[in-house]
Design a protein around this ligand. Structure first.
Ligand code: ATP
Ligand code: MG
Length: 388
């Protein structure tokens, strides 16, 4: 009896002609995610993806958990494959679902038959299997409306599959099917969540982190790399671009009025991120900004921040409450790392009374004291890339 995993595709089945491309991308992402867990054969047929172990060494439990984090999958079931005959299906159901059927009080059988040449109709097969299972597990009551266990039988082209229902997958679109974007990743709670949310919509992510050594420590950098590693469960492998930011911050501090520190610093982040985006074929920038959360996240401040770049800036958290953001952060596993107490570069140079309603002309005239292009080139030349 072969234990396999069946994956139902989410929204991508709606995508008409693009569907093959979406499926291929999803299968590639699944194969990456299963690396190190054994040798699997992954293929799609009739809007289901089949994940079959190819050797005894496959860790099916780990594989199942890993696939729950792959975007583009709406439900996952572990199933047993068998020959397409009523007797083989019955034997498989009795054995494979023995635990579930022994401990439940009620059950029903549901058959889907995409192979219309199978000699019984779906209803006939359900009735046959249901009757036989009831003889084998006499304590079970048949309950068509609210059964504790549903035995699902799928009769498909090459085999039949028996399982007891699925669990929810990660949803969304396969990473890579919407193109690429740069995500500004700090060590905070918000930006890992915004990165996750846009990867869920199919973007392949290049994380960028601005690092202000020695004002922020090696530990602060390691924290960001740890966050990025957690995010790879959803986003796939990534290369984090660590941008040296100390010199820029010191220049701003020595040449600009304090009330503009944060906004000018954020504009440098956007300019540099856009350059990194251009170098990597990225078509958008992503931040964890949230309306009204801090002085640099007013409508006016965000308008001034994004005025220096031309790419669209995606802010998926813009309308969320902090508790909703925290809930997602816990759910995706970044929260405990995000709250470790290492300084971010933004907090090091925080003005006492920041401008909450900056005007673009004022900011531009204050920035004129800086050699913006040279500072950007220097920072770009100092980038360190780390694969996670
Ligand atoms: P977070 O929790 O993501 O740090 P925040 O609420 O602390 O967000 P800010 O510090 O103002 O807000 O930063 C706003 C956004 O700017 C962040 O969500 C992130 O996208 C980006 N950002 C801030 N600091 C950095 C950094 N050092 N490197 C990269 N991006 C950063
Ligand atoms: Mg922050």
């Amino acid at each position: 009896m072969d234990d396999i995993i069946l994956l139902k595709l989410g929204e991508l089945v709606l995508k008409g002609l693009n569907r093959k491309y979406f499926e291929q991308r999803l299968i590639a992402n699944i194969n990456h995610r299963l690396e190190g867990l054994g040798k699997f054969k992954v293929y799609s047929l009739q809007s289901t993806i089949y994940v079959e172990p190819q050797s005894g060494g496959c860790d099916m439990d780990e594989a199942f958990e890993a696939l729950k984090q792959v975007f583009g999958i709406i439900t996952l079931s572990r199933a047993a494959a068998c020959e397409k005959s009523a007797d083989a299906i019955l034997r498989t159901a009795r054995k494979y679902l023995a635990d579930e059927l022994s401990s439940a009080r009620s059950f029903k059988v549901e058959t889907k038959r995409s192979d219309k040449s199978f000699p019984m109709t779906s209803i006939q097969l359900s009735q046959f299997i249901g009757g036989e299972l009831q003889d084998a597990f006499p304590h079970l009551a048949a309950d068509m409306h609210n059964p504790e266990v549903t035995v699902y039988i799928e009769v498909r082209d090459f085999a039949a599959y028996v399982h007891a229902g699925g669990v929810r997958g990660a949803g969304g679109l396969p990473v890579g099917t919407s193109g690429r974007a740069v995500s500004l990743l700090s060590g905070g709670i918000d930006s890992p969540v915004s990165t996750y949310m846009m990867a869920k919509r199919g973007l392949k992510i290049i994380p960028v982190h601005f690092f202000s050594f020695p004002y922020t420590s090696e530990l602060a950098k390691q924290k960001v790399l740890d966050l990025a590693s957690i995010l790879t469960h959803y986003c796939g492998k990534m290369t984090v671009e660590i941008v040296p930011f100390t010199h820029i911050q010191e220049e701003i501090r020595s040449k600009c009025p304090e009330e503009y520190f944060t906004i000018i610093m954020r504009r440098f982040m956007m300019r540099i991120s856009q350059r990194i985006a251009d170098m990597n074929g990225c078509k958008a920038l992503i931040t964890g900004e949230n309306l009204g959360q801090v002085a640099s996240q007013t409508v006016e401040a965000m308008a001034v921040t994004e005025a220096c770049c031309t790419l669209p800036v995606f802010r998926p958290l813009i309308g969320m409450d902090k508790e909703e953001i925290v809930r997602i952060s816990r759910q995706i596993g970044t929260f405990d790392t995000s709250i470790l107490p290492y300084e971010d570069c933004c907090t090091v140079f925080t003005p006492r009374r920041p401008r909450t309603k900056p005007r673009l002309e004022d900011v531009e005239s204050v920035e004129a004291a800086l050699d913006i292009n040279a500072l950007i080139e220097d920072a770009l030349n100092g980038i360190i890339r780390i694969r996670v």
